[in-house]
Design a protein around this ligand. Sequence first.
Ligand SMILES: Nc1ncnc2c1ncn2[C@@H]1O[C@H](COP(=O)(O)OP(=O)(O)OP(=O)(O)O)[C@@H](O)[C@H]1O
Ligand SMILES: Cc1cn([C@H]2C[C@H](O)[C@@H](COP(=O)(O)O)O2)c(=O)[nH]c1=O
Length: 212
Amino acid sequence: MNGKFISFEGPDGAGKTSVLQAIGQELSVKYGDDLVLTREPGGNKISESIRNIILDSANTEMDARTEALLYAAARRQHLKETVIPALESGKIVISDRYVDSSIAYQGAGRSIGEDEVWQMNQFAIDGLEPDLTVYLDIESEEGLRRIKTYRTDEINRLDVEDLEFHQRVRSSYLKLAKENSDRIKLVDASQPLEKVLIAVKATMLQKYPNLF
Ligand SMILES: Nc1ncnc2c1ncn2[C@@H]1O[C@H](COP(=O)(O)OP(=O)(O)OP(=O)(O)O)[C@@H](O)[C@H]1O
Ligand SMILES: Cc1cn([C@H]2C[C@H](O)[C@@H](COP(=O)(O)O)O2)c(=O)[nH]c1=O
């Protein structure tokens, strides 16, 4: 596949949506339809339906392994329907979250086990990893503060987990970034948004010097 596959990762409230909106606007001027901005869970009808089930705050009885399997199912459909066809036609695919989210949130956050969640996801991703992952790092307290202070849309079933859950998620991300330093590049997301954007662009340019 000759396209570029870039994922953005981070704890809740790190600023992925804000960063991707700005970067996406800039890149779409240059690339038009050759840029695919998408998200997990979601990106197509089936995966968005699965997203609604997973994130619905009313689904309090959902088992942690069921949750992990649903994320993996949404991921598989997203890959088959959205990501792989775009990469095969040479497009740039930027996904808000991918399999690292499952390792951090289900593996560590829900304490299912990071290795177990990674193994289970192999069936869904069939070896397809991003070429570059931009990890927006934020302390859990600050991420949660941002969500509670500024969010106008709905607070989802994972946002309302306690501080310890979100701290396990962040620790897992930091471990993943250390163990996969060729692929995962850390950006300090506690800075003002303008500075985060500069750092993110610099990170992307290191991998793809002519991207912007
Ligand atoms: N660098 C920043 N400094 C201060 N506030 C920020 C910054 N980046 C984003 N925010 C604000 O924090 C809130 C969360 O940001 P955003 O929705 O972009 O994060 P996110 O990583 O997509 O979160 P989630 O994964 O929970 O959807 C928003 O209200 C946004 O305006
Ligand atoms: C892909 C994926 C996501 N999650 C969690 C992380 C967030 O809390 C939500 C998605 O909401 P966002 O506002 O779009 O970031 O789902 C997860 O737990 N596991 C995953 O694999």
